[in-house]
Ligand binder design. Structure first.
Ligand SMILES: Cc1ncc(COP(=O)(O)O)c(C=O)c1O
Length: 358
């Protein structure tokens, strides 16, 4: 049996099981830009086809330069990966130590990656009732028991909570004092860039920011991500893995994606509007409690007794996929996550929910 991963976005295997084409499913289970690939990216992919006869540029320099311009940092502050997941797997290899604390509920790959390197992973659980807020005094106390790394996702996934920069700065100081390395996952930060901790993380060797290019830029199938860190940390991380894990098409697409500012601005505005609309609609259901989100997805709680698994099955029959969140540490069987998609698709989901929850 091949290993199965507990994630959203399984359109290929589910459509195969259902005997339908993947395009017949609407995927709310993976949080990907509903506007799709930017025209500039599409063009760059076609133009790059002929250079597939060469090995990829293992220096990643043009993309590092483009990222440096985009973020107002230096190329030496960046490391490129085959999706941010590749970098997540390199972290426990690069970091000294063996004990990590994960602010949860959160992305399950941190635990898998830590486990493969025989780290002990513990969870610092945030509760939905408190809006996933972080009690920094409690965190300080926990870190004082001795952790080598702290994993925090901002905005959180699946909660969608955005922690303001001052909270991240406070957590970073707690980490510095406790001798704990901060792994800050900003996979969805492109939707709210002002809250990024990129300007201060680069000034010390005690933290790193992970960024994904697959969600905001809509290329999960191509795989592209990066990390932001001090030049010292960046150099150490760059030495991990092999030379060609990031392919030529992904490298070219990354540069083009950053250039297409129109598409990127439109994406931010579109998501903001659609998210507000769908949140308001969901909030009107007596049996649903949506949580406020700063990303392109919404966490929703079923308050009338139905489980997320049951809802998922009912929606699959209507050819819509949602993420059952019961596998997330700290959440019950009554939580699900939906991606914000186009107005038409969001309406179809709301209509499906009305029929099921009537
Ligand atoms: C919080 C978070 N971080 C990282 C990732 C990995 O993204 P990728 O490897 O596609 O860049 C995901 C994917 O769902 C995620 O939700």
């Amino acid at each position: 049996m091949p290993h199965t991963y507990d994630h959203g976005g399984n359109v290929f295997s589910i459509s195969r099981q259902m005997g339908i084409a993947p395009e017949e499913l609407i995927d709310f289970s993976a949080s990907i830009n509903p506007l799709g690939i930017s025209p500039l990216v599409r063009k760059s992919l076609i133009c790059a086809l002929d250079s597939l006869t060469h090995y990829p540029d293992s220096t990643h320099l043009p993309l590092k330069q483009a990222l440096a311009r985009h973020h107002g940092l230096k190329p030496a502050n960046f490391i490129i990966g085959n999706g941010s997941t590749e970098i997540i797997y390199h972290m426990p290899v690069m970091l000294p130590g063996k004990r990590a604390l994960i602010i949860s509920p959160s992305f399950s790959e941190y635990v898998r990656a830590l486990g493969q390197q025989h780290w002990e992973a513990r969870h610092f659980i945030l509760s939905p009732e408190n809006g996933f807020s972080i009690d920094t005094d409690r965190l300080k106390l926990e870190l004082s028991t001795g952790y080598d790394a702290l994993y925090l996702c901002n905005p959180g996934n699946p909660g969608g909570t955005l922690y303001p920069l001052r909270v991240i700065e406070q957590i970073y100081s707690i980490c510095l004092a406790a001798g704990t390395f901060l792994v800050l996952d900003e996979a969805f930060m492109d939707f709210c860039e002002d809250a990024s901790a990129k300007q201060f993380i680069i000034h010390s060797d005690n933290g790193i920011i992970l960024r994904s290019m697959t969600k905001f830029f809509g290329i999960p199938g191509l795989r592209l991500g990066y990390a932001i860190a001090s030049p010292t940390i960046a150099e150490r991380l760059d030495a991990m893995g092999g030379p060609w894990s990031v392919n030529t098409l992904a490298l070219e697409a990354g540069v083009a994606a950053l250039q297409d500012q129109d598409h990127n601005r439109r994406t931010i505005e579109f998501i903001r509007q659609e998210r507000r609309g769908i949140y308001e609609q969901l909030d009107r259901f007596p049996a649903l409690k949506p949580y406020p989100s700063s990303a392109n997805f919404l966490l929703v709680e079923l308050t009338g007794g139905m489980t997320a698994h049951e809802l998922k099955e009912r929606l699959v029959a209507m050819r819509m996929l949602i993420r059952d969140c019961s596998s997330f540490m700290g959440l019950t069987r009554h939580f699900f996550r939906i991606a914000v998609r186009t107005s038409q698709e969001n309406h179809r989901l709301l209509e499906g929910l009305r029929r099921i929850l009537k």
